[in-house]
Design a protein. Structure first.
Length: 345
């Protein structure tokens, strides 16, 4: 305990590896503690939380009572005969309480989790990166709660109506089991909230120089198809309207993420002093691999000292040794011919 208190007074940049691991353990304990507080609070107010989770079912029965009833549409006639939620085992009742407690714990621990992440990675970032991390965390919370709210207000009532429509068409009377319904509402909200985080994931990939904005923009058809498949897997909705609306929302997020990521990349390139590339503002470009403007290759136009000295020595009669030219011996003068005494003067 004393060592932990001492480490708290030390700058985190001076901590050893094991001290960072211990600090990570403390952060995880804090998040789990807040999560447990949310679960315990939900168990204390267990009578009110199930009533809150029953709202999508009530909106499916009576769309006019929903804040967005015009999007839900008309009520399914087969829902009029649907009674209260039923549970046939005692453990099923316990699972209902656990689902409600789990949802409350996640909602309460999410901001604390982001705070601990920022606190842990903060010393490894400069001041500019720290300023950019705060809006990122705020955007993550906003997108998560927007996705969870959309699932709670619209996707869940629509799903209930569609399932009852198909069941009545096949002559099947549906009786909702409480544990199945609460697990469906909880998982639908959580998965939709996590799905809304994917534009932030794209921005992180572009910021880490793992993917190029122009590459993402060129592959928009494949991204649209992937979003459509993801929405179909996460949200079990059969009507084309809700499927295409949610796909359109996520595709708009994708376009916004590419635009924001491109702006971040351009600012990062300018800060690094990289050469501007008007045809590709993406990250990850290697400026050393770019050819010269005149089309010449540096390797081919470069003459090494040894080769130049060798060529000069071959022309001037010198010998190259360790890139240094040694003067050649003077040429000998041929002896004068007999009777020619002018050369002796």
């Amino acid at each position: 305990m004393l060592s932990t208190l001492i480490r708290r007074n030390r700058p985190r940049s001076e901590m050893s590896f094991m001290e960072h691991i211990d600090d990570l353990r403390v952060s995880m304990i804090r998040v789990l503690a807040v999560f447990m507080v949310g679960m315990v609070a939900s168990l204390i107010f267990y009578e009110k939380i199930p009533a809150f989770l029953n709202l999508p079912l009530e909106w499916a029965k009576n769309p006019e009572t929903s804040p967005i009833g015009f999007l839900i549409g008309k009520a399914e006639p087969s829902l009029a005969t649907l009674g209260e939620l039923k549970e046939f085992t005692f453990m099923g009742v316990w699972s209902v309480l656990m689902y409600a407690a789990f949802a409350a714990g996640i909602a309460l621990a999410s901001p604390v989790f982001l705070y601990e992440v920022v606190r842990f990675v903060g010393p490894a970032l400069n001041n500019k990166e720290k300023r950019g991390l705060i809006p990122f965390c705020v955007a993550a919370l906003i997108l998560f709660f927007c996705g969870a709210t959309l699932a709670f207000l619209w996707l869940t009532p629509m799903s209930v109506q569609i399932w009852h429509h198909f069941a009545s068409g096949m002559g099947i009377e549906v009786t909702w089991q409480a544990s199945d319904y609460y697990s469906f509402v909880t998982m639908m909200s959580l998965l939709t909230g996590l799905t809304f985080q994917f534009p932030l994931a794209l921005i992180i990939l572009m910021w880490l120089e793992l993917v190029r904005p122009r590459t993402l923009l060129k592959s928009w058809r494949g991204m649209l198809f992937g979003i459509l498949v993801l929405v179909g897997l996460i949200t079990p909705i059969g009507d084309p309207l809700s499927l295409f609306v949610l796909t359109g929302i996520l595709f708009c997020f994708y376009l916004v993420a590419v635009g924001v990521g491109g702006a971040i990349v351009r600012r990062k390139r300018i800060a690094r002093g990289d050469k501007p590339n008007p045809e590709d503002d993406d990250i990850g470009d290697d400026d050393d691999d770019e050819p010269d403007p005149d089309g010449s290759d540096d390797a081919s136009s470069y003459d090494s000292p040894s080769s130049s000295s060798y060529s000069s020595s071959a022309a001037g009669g010198t010998v190259n040794s360790e890139s240094k030219a040694v003067p050649a011996k003077p040429k000998s003068t041929p002896p004068p011919a007999e009777g020619d005494l002018s050369s002796l003067d």
